[in-house]
Write a protein that binds this ligand. Structure first.
Ligand code: FAD
Ligand code: SIN
Length: 539
């Protein structure tokens, strides 16, 4: 098998991966360079589709404070956010926003040349920066890609998927195996710092705002390496995805549209949010999601509506060009017609347990961005905190690695060689219909592990997934990208179900009809690979 050596390997080219690569190149002299691998084209990621914006608690935004942002984040997090982590991330937001500007990100300004801050649900202050109106992700990624492509310390490998982490018997990560889709070959990459920046798990659900790449790969890789996984039961369903029946990857209708005044209405045009929360459309995301879900049930309707036509027309069109254009393509004039919306899987609050600098429970393995669980988001993420977390953690990772010995790994032991052997051994060419298998899994997750859960459904989902795993006869090594993704989806889905079963309470995005109240002493849930060491802390 072909092999190579790098000082640092970053897996994923969303905001977290791209920014980490740039900061590392800027901060540290790396003898063997940085390898950035990504499973499709550079920048194809959740980050690219981000709309609303990124939180910045900036000194020039008079009246806003990190204390206020911390309080908003902790409230939305429903008691599970880590206060120290939240405070740290909030305090450093000014620095990273300025850094993004230096990398070419041109945040929207008003005619006076001041930042045009917007508001989103559960924020007490207008503190969200955006670019191109509602194209924040696309513009951030474009700027970062340009810099990464110009940087001679960074080698980019597209169409290359990390499929196994090489962890030795002392639990130290020494690199990874990747599958190159273009050559159809596996390759070994040795490194002393492997960074997971692989994003989330939206594709585990029938309806999602996420693109196709979000198949939980980082969760599978870390779990199989024996890393601690945390809080995966907290899946955030965004309340307002464009609900057109033909559409399963659902286009997002940003929360910022509600931030600018749009109202949720039912089939007869009646507003309903006052029944659910005193902040109405701007209640925390989990509450708005359940309100819409409930109204859909009561009205026996596949969607509710978002009436944006009450926003002044020129403001609506200039502030939300991408959304108005997408709706128009689908025959909806948002200045006149309410937009059909329904909830869709959007974000994973849990993930690989990591510190703000990306350190995981495995030496040499780091996790940043959506794949990581730092404790910022608790049981429910506050809008626009995710892009902020991506860049802060990438920034801190670069700082941490500048004090770390990044010489190529020496000790390749028997356990690593055994893993490599597995990928050298031919496997049978069973012809699985992976698109159908993926769809079955997505249906199970949507119907039984969705917005409202209960023990009966979760146990049924567990049995069904066990059956799926049994029928998929692969021992880690697979034939192609589709198979690997399905393998990873099975792992992530199983972990979500196990943790959801064990959290016998309703909290934030985890809502159970059989345990409707929060359990006061609830703490983070943990799971690691070795079942004898399984830690399930939820009472
Ligand atoms: P991603 O951006 O998802 O990048 C992951 C990368 O890893 C991708 O390049 C992927 O191809 C690659 N990858 C995955 N597995 C492998 C593998 N095995 N091998 C190689 N490569 C792999 N958050 C906000 O803060 N503000 C917003 O306005 C906002 N709007 C959003 C709108 C939408 C439609 C969506 C879907 C999300 C939004 N979010 C928003 C959430 C936010 O965009 C994401 O949480 C964040 O961008 C995640 O960044 P990331 O770098 O961690 O992961
Ligand atoms: C949105 O624009 O509604 C998404 C914001 C987020 O997910 O943080």
């Amino acid at each position: 098998m072909k092999h190579s050596e790098y000082s640092v390997v970053i897996i994923g080219s969303g905001a977290a991966g791209l920014y980490a690569a740039l900061k590392l190149s800027q901060e540290i002299s790396l003898p063997d360079g940085i390898l950035l691998i990504t499973k499709s084209t550079l920048g194809e990621s959740n980050s690219k589709y981000a709309q609303g914006g990124i939180v910045g608690v900036l000194h020039q935004n008079l009246g806003d404070t990190t204390e206020a942002h911390v309080i908003d984040t902790l409230k939305a997090g429903a008691g599970l956010s880590d206060k120290c982590v939240t405070k740290y991330i909030s305090e450093i937001s000014d620095t990273v926003i300025n850094d993004l500007i230096n990398f070419g990100v041109n945040f929207d300004k008003n005619p006076k040349g001041e930042f045009n801050f917007t508001l989103e649900a559960a924020h007490s202050f207008r503190r969200i920066l955006h670019v191109g109106g509602d194209a924040t992700g696309r513009e951030i990624i474009k700027s970062l890609i340009k810099k990464v492509q110009e940087d001679s310390n960074i080698t980019i490998l597209e169409n290359s998927m990390a499929v196994e982490l090489l962890v030795n018997s002392d639990s130290v990560c020494k690199g990874l195996i990747l599958y190159n889709e273009l050559t159809n070959e596996h390759e070994i990459v040795y490194t002393s710092a492997t960074v997971l920046a692989t994003g989330g798990v939206g594709q585990l659900y029938k309806y999602t705002t996420n693109p196709d790449c979000t198949t939980g790969d980082g969760i599978d890789l870390a779990y199989n390496a024996g890393a601690v996984i945390q809080d995966l039961e907290f899946i955030q369903f965004h309340p307002t995805a464009l609900a057109l029946s033909s559409n399963k990857n659902r286009f997002l209708i940003s929360e910022a549209v509600r931030g600018e005044g749009a109202k949720l209405v039912d089939n007869t045009g009646n507003e309903f949010m006052s029944k659910y929360h005193d902040r109405r459309e701007l209640a925390p995301r989990d509450i708005v999601t359940r309100a819409i879900y409930n109204e859909m049930r009561l009205n026996k309707s596949p969607n509710m509506f978002l009436n944006a036509s009450i926003i002044e027309t020129s403001k609506l069109l200039s502030r939300f060009p991408t959304i108005s254009c997408k709706c128009k393509e689908n025959g909806i004039d948002i200045t006149k017609t309410p937009i059909p919306v329904a909830p869709a899987a959007h974000y994973s609050m849990g993930g690989v347990k990591a510190e703000v600098n990306g350190k995981t429970s495995i030496k040499g393995l780091y996790a940043i961005g959506e794949v990581a669980s730092t404790g910022l988001h608790g049981a429910n993420r506050l809008a626009s905190n995710s892009l902020l977390e991506c860049v802060v953690c990438a920034y801190e990772l670069a700082d941490h690695l500048s004090f770390t010995n990044l010489l190529p790994p020496k000790k390749i032991d028997k356990s690593i060689l055994e893993k490599i052997d597995l990928y050298n051994t031919p496997i049978n060419e069973i012809d699985y219909n992976i698109p159908n298998l993926k769809q079955d899994l997505k249906n199970i997750m949507w119907e039984k592990v969705g917005i409202i859960r209960n023990e009966k459904d979760l146990l049924e989902a567990k049995v069904l997934l066990k059956e799926c795993s049994k029928n998929f006869k692969r021992n880690r090594r697979c034939l192609n990208r589709e198979e690997y993704e399905y393998r990873n989806m099975l792992t992530a889905a199983t972990l979500i179900i196990d943790l959801a079963l064990n959290r016998k309470e309703s909290r934030g995005a985890h809502s159970r009809s059989d345990y409707i109240k929060p359990y006061e002493e609830a703490i983070h849930s943990n799971i690691i690979k070795d079942n004898s060491k399984e830690l399930l802390n939820v009472k």
